[in-house]
Design a protein around this ligand. Structure first.
Ligand code: PEP
Ligand code: MN
Length: 339
């Protein structure tokens, strides 16, 4: 439920209404706006009886929100959320377009240091690399796990780059949080609710990937778990969905970027690597995401993609990454002025 107050409502009115809501066994969330204040109500399992609020003169309108998410919706939070990464980088709203790059999996110190140095050289601020790899086949490389986290921590200390890695189980949230700057919840775990609850208990920024076959509503409801747990620092990431088409690894659903930006205040980025599965398509799709309003991209790149232990065919060579970065920089500059 969303309670919209009159322009003339005072702080005392707000306090009074919040008290009534608390007495109804629910939780009020004040949403101050430039024009007027609204109060969101959470904690209900079904329809809320508005009788205790009906006669309050400060209330202009009561809107019953039937969506399965509230805290992530624009109704509850009209302004864009800007998520801070580390001390200096931000994503969302009018923040600079965010670039994240790196290999699918952490394989060795040499591989990560080579990648990190190259990212620094071309001005990519965030390094990615999976330590725990959720692979379709148990015979595929499963990641260096704790050893990979250690490497990521060393690399971030040595280079000053921010580091993001996937966390696959609730028990690992603590150790992963200690070693990296940004958590990633992968497509396969988008509805791992214990995991969502656990990352909701931290204050770490979380990149929440869209599930392989998740609807937008399910994706936003998953983000709601994290916000409801107390962590507002969620960045949504479209990474392609499963369709009948097999010519690409997944089908890049770029329409959801403007759609989700209308439904939610959270930043939305795009992963053209998993969305296409093909190196040649990564650059063009990364560029396309700028045009539809993405707040950033996450791109897989590897010093020797031919020898990568996972996702080599979709990983860019460093030279290709540099070229895409250059094209993105120019397109983002154009988009800022003209779109
Ligand atoms: C990844 O980013 O390495 C990954 C496994 O992605 P997704 O969860 O989108 O498949
Ligand atoms: Mn990958």
């Amino acid at each position: 439920m969303l309670i919209v107050l009159h322009h003339s409502a005072t702080a005392k009115d707000v306090a009074q209404i919040k008290k009534t809501i608390t007495r109804m066994g629910l939780k009020p969330v004040a949403i101050p706006g430039a024009e007027r204040t609204a109060i969101g109500v959470i904690g209900n399992k079904g329809w809320i009886d508005e009788a205790p609020l009906k006669d309050n003169k400060a209330i202009q309108e009561i809107i019953h929100v039937t969506k399965p998410y509230k805290l992530v919706s624009r109704d509850f939070h009209p302004a864009d959320t800007v998520v801070t990464l580390g001390k200096k980088i931000a994503v969302g709203g009018k923040s600079p377009f965010l670039l994240i790059a790196g290999p699918c999996a952490v394989e060795s110190r040499e591989q990560m240091m080579r990648t990190a140095k190259f990212l620094k050289k071309i001005g990519v601020p965030v390094l990615r690399g999976g330590a725990y790899k959720p692979r379709t086949s148990p015979h595929s490389f499963q990641g260096l796990r704790e050893g990979g986290l250690e490497l990521l921590n060393d690399v971030r200390k040595e280079t000053g780059l921010l580091v993001v890695t996937e966390v696959v189980s609730p028990e690992h949230v603590g150790i992963v949080s200690k070693n990296v700057d940004i958590l990633q919840v992968g497509a396969r775990n988008m509805q791992n609710f214990d995991l969502l609850n656990e990352v909701g208990r931290t204050k770490k920024p979380v990149i929440l990937k869209r599930g392989l076959s998740a609807t937008v509503e399910e994706w936003l409801a998953s983000a709601e778990y994290i916000l409801l747990g107390g962590n507002p620092n969620v960045v949504l990431c479209e990474r392609g969905i499963r369709t009948f088409e097999t010519a690409t690894r997944n089908t890049a659903d770029l329409a959801v970027i403007p759609l989700v930006k209308a439904l939610s205040h959270l930043p939305v980025i795009f992963d053209p690597s998993h969305a296409t599965g093909k190196r040649k398509l990564v650059g063009p799709m990364a560029l396309a995401s700028v045009v539809v309003g993405s707040h950033g991209v996450m791109i897989e790149a590897h010093p020797e993609p031919e020898h990568a232990l996972s996702d080599g065919p979709q990983s860019l060579h460093f030279k290709e990454l540099e070229k895409v970065k250059d094209q993105l920089d120019r397109l983002v500059g154009y988009a800022k002025k003209n779109l």
